[in-house]
Design a protein around this ligand. Structure first.
Ligand code: FAD
Length: 391
């Protein structure tokens, strides 16, 4: 039984690993991705603020060695969900089961002025390039701004503001700089009032300007001004943007999307097509677009595929839980545990920022790299390296 997994990000790697561990050489997984390697979302911020080097956070797919998994480095050009067939640069592939885990594509050019006058920090290339921009930054007015919804990892812009504060303090530039955070949300993390309160307190303590309920519509390169969707304006010397997110073109063209994303059964991750699943950012499953949710969804799909392989039925369903580590700066990390279930108000539990969670986050990354790539990740494990000896 061949399983075709499209995309080797958080969801695709977790799914392939679970199938390999359970079924060994019998797994018969074909895993396709166009990138050279995997980079955690949080590693983008580590590189951007000079805590890690680019090579240390890129996990090369050529090092994947899971029994029963064949990695194909190729761009997927067309998907036929009814036939469970794809066209790629490396030829066509067919599966008995198809899993779409292609994430969200980012489009800086859809925000007028962003490419000319600002910098996006959500793509791997953009975040790595932003490290050089920050390295040369002489101080001034900085805006961290979101340009559309939905966007990945809703806490990331808040984390960026707090990490930027530390970065500017360390360089002696904080006194001559201003930081403004422009967010479409009313509070930083809506499902967790306690986490939102802690973040708002941290912004206030550090003098970070908080502009809730606003989207950046465009940048005016001549006036160095960000224009909001409601017509308001804010001037900047440095603009760090979260670009427009869309389902990858190849997914949109496959006819699987409704309102821009792939609808799935929230309990089973099945799409409208028989034996075709979708997980992670490419779906409209109802959880935020974050790796932990893609991973949790992949685990359920893996269980269902393993059960089918063994001739049985799968009973477990997706519960919408996820844990999110939030950088508060000063090496401290807070932790939110949250559950999203359709029809229910999401419930979250927040643990205050501490060095303990900093170590937890390091272990979270190292554990994934050990399971997915079969190697220890030490040089890129920046959170652990930077933890002071005592709290
Ligand atoms: C700054 C930042 C910080 C973040 N921090 C966190 C965090 O702390 N915790 C957390 O849980 N999440 C975090 N995230 C979000 C997280 O990175 C994503 O939500 C997660 O990677 C989504 O997983 P996925 O499997 O759905 O898609 P992805 O991991 O994006 O994987 C999709 C894969 O599909 C491939 N692909 C796309 N199109 C094609 C094609 N046509 N052909 C071949 N391959 C293709 C891509 O190369 C990619 O490897 C962060 C994101 C950012 C930007």
């Amino acid at each position: 039984m061949r399983v075709l997994v499209l995309g080797a990000g958080f969801g695709g790697l977790e799914l392939s690993t679970r199938l390999s561990v359970a079924l060994g050489a019998d797994a018969d997984v074909v895993l396709i991705d166009k990138a050279e390697g995997f980079v955690f979302g949080f590693s983008k911020l580590d590189v951007m603020f000079g805590h890690a080097t680019a090579p240390s956070v890129r996990h090369l797919y050529r090092d994947l060695a899971a029994p029963g998994v064949r990695f194909v480095p190729a761009t997927i050009r067309a998907i036929d969900p009814a036939a469970r067939r794809v066209e790629t640069d490396a030829g066509p592939f067919e599966g008995d089961i198809l899993v779409v885990a292609l994430g969200a594509d980012l489009h800086p050019s859809m925000t007028p002025g962003l490419v000319e006058a600002g910098h996006e920090f959500y793509t791997v290339a953009g975040a790595f390039a932003a490290a050089e921009v920050l390295d040369r930054f002489p101080g001034g007015r900085v805006i961290i701004g979101v340009t559309s919804t939905p966007f990945k990892c809703p806490p990331a812009p808040s984390e960026t503001a707090l990490l930027l504060h530390d970065f500017l303090v360390a360089r002696g530039l904080r006194e001559t700089s201003e930081i403004a955070l422009v967010m479409p949300l009313g509070v930083p993390i809506p499902p967790s009032p306690a986490a939102s309160q802690a973040l708002l307190a941290a912004f206030a303590e550090r003098g970070i300007g908080w502009h809730p309920g606003r989207l950046v519509r465009e940048l005016d390169p001549a006036r160095r001004v960000a224009v909001f969707a409601d017509g308001g304006e804010l001037s900047f010397d440095l603009f760090l943007g979260v670009p427009v997110h869309r389902a990858p073109q190849v997914v949109a063209e496959s006819g699987m999307c409704v309102d821009g994303w792939i609808p799935v059964d929230p309990l089973t991750l099945e799409t409208a097509y028989p034996h075709v699943y979708a997980v992670g950012d490419v779906t409209s499953v109802g959880t935020p677009k974050a790796g932990v949710f893609a991973e949790g969804q992949a685990a359920i799909v893996a269980e269902r595929i393993i059960a089918r392989h063994r001739g049985g039925g799968a009973s477990s369903t997706y519960g919408g839980q996820g844990i999110c580590y939030i950088e508060f700066g000063d090496h401290r990390i807070g932790r939110v545990e949250v559950t999203f279930r359709r029809g229910e108000t999401p419930a979250g539990r927040f643990d205050d920022p501490s060095l303990l969670h900093t170590a937890d986050k390091a272990a979270f990354g190292a554990d994934r790299i050990r399971r997915w790539f079969g190697r220890e990740w030490t040089d890129g494990n920046v959170a652990a390296r930077h933890v002071p000896a005592a709290d």
